[in-house]
Design a protein around this ligand. Structure first.
Ligand code: DAU
Length: 338
């Protein structure tokens, strides 16, 4: 199977590529990735170059997409996205152009080339915020995104649905919960808190820290994408959730405990505007139809992740270049001690 993976230098994309190559020796991968701030070729330094090609290109550029399809593609796994909510609040443009227009460029190319399968990797954020007493969202939950990032992913999901309806494109959508593990960019909550704790900085907890997320280990997430690629029903949506709802403050305290850091370092800072109070997914469809189950217990996965960041300092220090610190100052401003 010749796979085209988009965004394969990023967190979920790079884990997916490693997973796919390990699952089946007949798989080869073309990775179309523009190498934005969030991507790093080092994430895939260990893969067999005979089975893996990186094409540097942007999904918004039809010529780059055509180059990626040129050698023949059986299936597409579309991971490329601008994925950080805080950045989308500073400027929505990258989300709109990459997540919405870029997805349409890819859908058009997939249609022209007659792919056998198109997996669109989406997010639980398209369902919006859940009330504390609401059951976890099923795939039938209304789309109610509440940030520019989430709205752009919801728009992309609708475009994928339109491609299925109008051209019979054999597409499937996955919606994953908050994902964590090695190689995640240090702007995200868990790596930000681990790296700050390792450096003796304060840990900036938004608002009261009682927002809830359902944390899913990245290997469980990519195993689910692989399962959906192989056996998902065309036109279906599959939620990928771990049934592991945790308040942010509890996650922050676990990180402090794992690193022997004083929890007084956790500082309440101004809340994210429109901060979604709770995400939770019901993954019953994926479990019953396709037999997927999350395997990594949160305590183990978090401890392993903390160890990885503690032993891969060069990796995350490299990700925090001058552009990162410009973003960081815009985002956190005077809220933290240096
Ligand atoms: O739910 C899936 C989504 O999870 C993905 O679609 C997004 O791409 C991914 O970024 C993530 O979105 P969140 O906004 O939930 O993730 P983030 O890591 O930014 O924040 C997780 C929680 O931690 C959220 O409630 C905000 C809070 N937070 C985050 C940061 C960066 C803090 O309290 N302090 C922080 O400095």
């Amino acid at each position: 199977m010749r796979l085209l993976v988009t965004g394969g230098l990023g967190f979920i994309g790079s884990h997916f590529i490693r997973w796919a190559l390990a699952q089946d020796p007949a798989v080869t991968v073309v990775n179309l990735d523009a190498q934005t701030y969030a991507g790093d070729p080092a994430n895939l330094a260990d893969v067999d170059p005979a089975r893996y090609t990186w094409i540097r290109g942007d999904i918004r550029d039809p010529e780059a997409v055509a180059r990626a399809f040129a050698a023949g593609v059986d299936a597409v796994v579309h991971c490329a996205a601008e994925s950080h909510v805080d950045r989308s609040l500073l400027s929505a443009e990258a989300c709109l152009t990459t997540n919405v227009l870029g997805t349409q460029v890819l859908l058009d190319a997939a249609r022209t080339h007659g792919v056998r399968r198109f997996v669109h990797v989406s997010t639980d954020e398209v369902y919006g915020a859940l009330a504390p007493d609401e059951p976890p969202a099923t795939e039938a939950h209304a789309l109610a995104p509440r940030s520019p990032y989430a709205a752009s992913k919801a728009a992309a999901d609708l475009l994928v649905g339109a491609a299925v309806a109008t051209w019979n494109l054999p597409a499937v959508i996955t919606r994953g919960t908050n994902t964590y593990g090695p190689f995640q960019h240090p702007e995200k909550f868990i790596p930000l808190f681990i790296t700050h704790a390792l450096e003796g900085r304060d840990l900036p907890l938004y608002g009261d820290g009682l927002q809830i997320r359902d944390w899913l280990h990245v290997t469980d997430h990519v195993a689910a994408i692989w399962t959906v690629l192989e056996r998902g029903r065309v036109g279906a949506v599959y939620n990928i959730g771990a049934r592991n709802e945790q308040p942010n403050r509890a996650v922050a305290e676990r990180i402090c405990a794992l690193l022997g850091v004083d929890p007084a370092r956790i500082r309440s800072v101004a809340d994210r505007p429109g901060h979604d109070r709770r995400y939770a997914l019901d993954p019953t469809r994926l479990e019953t139809e396709l037999g997927w189950r999350p395997r990594v217990p949160f305590a183990e996965g978090l401890a392993e992740t903390v160890r990885w960041y503690a032993t891969h300092r060069a990796w995350w220090e490299r990700r925090r270049d001058a552009t990162f610190w410009t973003y960081y100052r815009q985002q956190y401003g005077e809220r933290l001690r240096p």
